[in-house]
Design a protein around this ligand. Sequence first.
Ligand code: FAD
Length: 569
Amino acid sequence: ERESQYDFVIVGGGTSGLVVANRLSEMSDVTVAVIEAGDSVLNNSNVTSVTGYGRSFGTAIDWQYQTEDQKYAGGSKQIMRAGKAIGGTSTINGMSYTRAQNVQIDSWESLGNKGWNWQSLFPYYMKSEGFQVPTQDQISFGADYYSDYHGEHGPMKVGWPKFLTNSTVLPALDESFNHLGVPYNRDVNGGLMVGLTSHPNTIDSEANVRHDAARAYYWPYQSRPNLKIISNTHANKIIWGNDSDGDAVAIGVEVNNINGKQIIHASKEVILSAGSLKSPALLELSGIGNPDILNKYDIPVKVNISTVGENLQDQTNNGLSYEGKEFWLGSPTFSALPSADQLYGESFYTIASNVNSSLADYAETIANSSNGALKASNLLAVFQVQWDLIFRSKVPFAEIVFLPIAHTFSVEYWPLLPFSRGSIHIKSADPSEPAAINPNYFMFEQDLTTQSDVAWYIRKVFGTRPLADLVGDERSPGLEHVPENASDSTWNSWVKANYRSNFHPVGTASMLPRNKGGVVNTDLKVYGTKNVRVIDASVLPYQLCGHLTSTLYAMAERASDLIKRRYTF
Ligand code: FAD
């Protein structure tokens, strides 16, 4: 049995993990190892192709986690995709680069995460970004930006695809949305996201290939002698030494690969970056979690944190499509991000007040379904923040993605801030066994209604000229399935029969004060441990209005600085 020793051992060479590996290995006197279950995808054309979205789904580089039966959503299971590769989910994702609404990040601080706010995170969005100023040609096709919002010197290339969609689409969308009271937003990446926009992607515009975490943060730095990726290797659990000052001390990680089991020793820290559907399971396998769950599998309790794996939040995605009257070429990057008042018009106040009066019920229901692992009072505090964001700050309420391609104009959409909460927990002490993943999609009638309301709104958008002139018949759902004046229940049935995961799971090891249900503190350190952190989508305490990678890059950049500060004095 071989053994090896590094200062920092990072579990998961994905979106967040590679940022941390890169930044920590800038300290030339420390060694960094990254344990990654997947392999290099540098030359995998399903990854590199900028028009290949979806091609890697179901292949060896997709974990394709299966959920439990979704009892509020028609009963069937869902697939939650995630990348299994050097680069993680950034190698299979949709490449959209949108950040968050400023007040949303500020609310992290107001819930007790001192130091985490828009102003403190913004420089890290810039630091990670290598913005590629669009060409005159791209600008004439709709690429637009404010240079103040972008960093041009960071590793992650951000820009527009080489071939953008016909220049007639964006003006038509703009005029139609103007009639509906939704403004044009030249650049959603400055913290104000509401409106119609043509957002950039994580893409190398010059080479016309996907820019993922590995291409940005690892491959150009692979020759650093103090940075090592141990690929095709599955991490099983953390190995503990003797406690220090009552805190658990990690001394390494047990891994499994073609050579069998071995321990990778960590003399300074173990950092979990295995993603929000894996990091909480690794904590449980290591004895950090809810004793009721750990006891079931005879795992000794190292730290009692009952909220590990709770708070799982994803969004739900449905699609509509229309017959196109034009022929569209090139890659579309158009999204509309209407706020709730724009979407609901006169019903806004009724909905706001109905939701407000349900918050206590939601909190109670979720606390009960967690068997007491979550406290209703903590959930209520978060729900009140969420309500304020939606109905008072009027952050974007839904994202609508427009995909005019060839002879079809399709749309994907997802409400951004659902109230449903689920969980992910181990089902066995065997690390190779899958976990029980239960997002509880449409746990609350309100989330289902919202999903239907947005579809109804999209129909209205496509019925508004001049956009209406660009399309013919609605193909999906189609008026034969969901007629013009369909009832709520018809819409709801369509939603449930056709929805999918939006692949944005967060919250399963939330950054919050411990007495408010947190798993990690503001240094992203796991409570009750001396030297274990979680740095990935698990720590986002709740859903964002942007796509996740930009914020994960920024968060991992900031976390790396916090760690470095500790070791460079
Ligand atoms: P990951 O990037 O998933 O990294 C986790 C890594 O850990 C993986 O490499 C994994 O193989 C490894 N790992 C897991 N378990 C183990 C283990 N036991 N041992 C060793 N290694 C392990 N976001 C956007 O910003 N824009 C988009 O357009 C977009 N579209 C998306 C489309 C899809 C299909 C999906 C799935 C996601 C999309 N997202 C998008 C979301 C975004 O990509 C993810 O939220 C983000 O990449 C997650 O980063 P992470 O660091 O949390 O985890």
